[in-house]
Design a protein around this ligand. Structure first.
Ligand SMILES: N[C@@H](CCC(=O)N[C@@H](CS)C(=O)NCC(=O)O)C(=O)O
Length: 233
């Protein structure tokens, strides 16, 4: 049993595969740092009861959280988890390479570019997020947030694949020149992009493999990086 526990989002029928970009950020960060941990899988419907018991705050309950039992510490939010790991394990491979502000800004830009990737998975998430009551609640809250049905929000998959590949042009160009998106060493930009791409791989596997990873004939830069990063997922 490890002293660090990562609370991650369970999806129906996925046999302990993580498909949430937020929890993936925490998972990949722990793995880059080489910190052993146990995963506690939580259903979406359990988050409001399980998480506040641990965080003991009034903050809206979400995953990921990590619990460090050796220090009696609970940290909520993927960014705060990365900051905690960076500060607590300075000798392990770095996530921010001394420039946290730059990486925070990079994440904000990537989050804004992530829409076509989310569109490619939203209906699949809605169908796998828990029992019927949880699925209905997920659909209701998201449709209220988007102001339309999930299917309308998802739109035409061909359009979203095209948009996703447009967005990835810069990423491919960067990877043609450097081993990692963060430069010569792996870092937070790799963590964030990998999290979004693994989400699509887990939730829309065939489209991801054939149309995104191999989306540009003759260009293997993205696939080679993705395979290089697989050990951190
Ligand atoms: N800013 C947070 C966002 C976390 C978040 O929204 N997590 C989702 C799962 S991906 C969640 O727990 N949602 C709870 C709910 O919708 O009730 C982070 O980066 O950790």
């Amino acid at each position: 049993m490890q002293s660090i526990k990562l609370y991650d989002l369970a999806l129906n029928d996925f046999e302990k595969k993580c498909g949430s970009p937020n929890t993936l950020k925490a998972r990949i960060s722990l793995n880059i740092k080489g910190i052993p941990f146990d995963t506690v899988w939580v259903q979406l419907g359990e988050i409001p009861t399980v998480i506040p018991k641990l965080t003991k705050t009034t903050e809206t309950p979400t995953v990921p959280i990590i619990v460090d039992t050796s220090k009696n510490l609970v940290i909520q939010d993927s960014w705060k988890i990365a900051q905690y790991l960076e500060a607590t394990y300075p000798d392990a491979p770095s996530l921010f390479h001394g420039n946290e502000a730059l990486y925070k800004a990079a994440q904000e830009s990537i989050d804004m570019l992530s829409m076509p990737f989310s569109c490619l998975v939203i209906v699949n998430i809605a169908n796998r997020i828990g029992d019927e009551a949880v699925k209905n609640e997920f659909r209701k809250t998201r449709e209220a947030m988007f102001g339309t049905t999930l299917e309308n929000f998802a739109g035409n998959p061909e359009d979203k694949i095209k948009l996703a590949n447009e967005v990835l042009k810069d990423i491919r160009a960067k990877l043609a020149k450097s081993v990692y998106l963060s430069g010569s060493k792996v870092g937070w930009t790799d963590v964030v992009w990998l999290s979004y791409l693994v989400m699509v791989d887990v939730l829309n596997h065939d489209v991801f493999q054939a149309r995104i990873l191999d989306g540009v004939p003759g260009d293997n830069t993205l696939r080679e990086w993705y395979e290089r990063m697989a050990k951190y997922v």
